[in-house]
Write a new protein. Structure first.
Length: 308
């Protein structure tokens, strides 16, 4: 079934565990990661064009930081679908961003995932979820997870995703820093900091999977880990103060999100998450603060608005 206009809501991701091996011959790093999708969303609205052009407009908090040329990952996603399936129509994309740009939360990747889902419907392609995941892997390592959502294990360079069991809901607070960090730059810094001969193959710690099954935030707090944290802090040392501030205010855990510079905090419950968010917002340590629970589903078509 095709449509004239489709809106897809796609979540941010965090990495509850992020273990990074030594670089492969292709330059990518083998990962063993546990992703969780959290309720911080970008909405992508796709409107059909008769000609084959692909345009993008970006609205919201971080719009000024997002390219609107052919380097935009959502544009690339639409172009990949057009090329693979000989699509003659085009699309106007409008991205409403609430996910920080270059923040270690897969904002660009999730816009690409949303665009795949939206254009699949818009152009009536009828692709299955596994077919979309296959295309997603070529667009970026995190894009398949953004389609799947919930909580999942990521292997390979992060693109091989299998869902893992998780009980209950966890309450997260995010301190969004001024400016972003380039993911390749943080990987390079990690390689610089570690004697590569001694780097073990990446692995997921069993305690993390057990903690997710228990649904207990206190158990999850001690099982969180991120190999990229040291590299992100080396490039942005001031983030240590943000992490410490959150712990002093009662967060169960504080960690860099993915490649950073967003700091994430695990709260014991939703009330404590609100308290922590208020304290962080008043601290002046970050650009903005967001609160979100997880896990949530991956990129999903929103119901069409009811005509008035
Ligand atoms: O896959 P994605 O386009 O998101 O990756 C951006 C960059 O991050 C890659 O070009 C690479 O430099 C680095 N990267 C990596 N190992 C991974 C994922 C990303 O080195 N597993």
């Amino acid at each position: 079934m095709s449509a004239h206009q489709v809106t897809v809501r796609a979540p941010a991701k965090i990495n509850l565990g992020l273990s990074v091996g030594p670089p492969r011959p292709d330059g990518f790093h083998p990962l063993a990661t546990v992703y969780q999708a959290v309720a911080l969303y970008d909405d992508v609205t796709a409107t059909l064009r008769d000609d084959s052009d692909v345009t993008v407009e970006v609205l919201g908090d971080f719009a000024a930081d997002v390219p609107t040329d052919s380097t935009n990952l959502a544009v690339k996603a639409a172009r990949v679908l057009q090329a693979e399936y000989d699509v003659e129509e085009g699309v106007d994309l409008v991205i409403r961003k609430t996910i920080p740009v270059a923040g270690g939360m897969a904002g660009g990747s999730t816009d690409a995932a949303a665009t795949l889902v939206a254009c699949n419907r818009l152009w009536g392609l009828g692709l299955t979820q596994p077919e979309l995941e296959h295309l997603a892997a070529d667009l970026g390592s995190d894009v398949p997870f953004c389609l799947v959502g919930h909580t999942a294990l990521g292997r390979g360079r992060g693109e091989q995703v299998t869902e893992v069991m998780s009980r209950g809901t966890f309450h997260w607070v995010f301190a969004i820093a001024e400016g972003g960090l380039s993911t390749p730059a943080v990987f390079r810094e990690l390689d610089r900091l570690r004697p590569l001969r001694r780097v073990e193959p990446p692995e997921v710690h069993p305690e993390l999977l057990t903690a997710l099954l228990s649904g207990q935030p206190a158990a999850l707090a001690v099982a969180l880990s991120n190999d990229m944290q040291a590299a992100a802090l080396s490039l942005r040392p001031e983030l240590s103060a943000t992490l410490q501030f959150g712990l002093d205010q009662g967060a169960l855990a504080a960690m860099i999100s993915g490649s950073g510079p967003t700091c994430l905090f695990l709260a014991a419950d939703s009330r404590r998450a609100v308290d922590l968010a208020v304290e962080l917002a008043e601290s002046g340590l970050c650009r903005m603060v967001r609160q979100a629970e997880g896990p949530v589903p991956g990129a999903r078509i929103l119901p069409a608005p009811i005509p008035r």
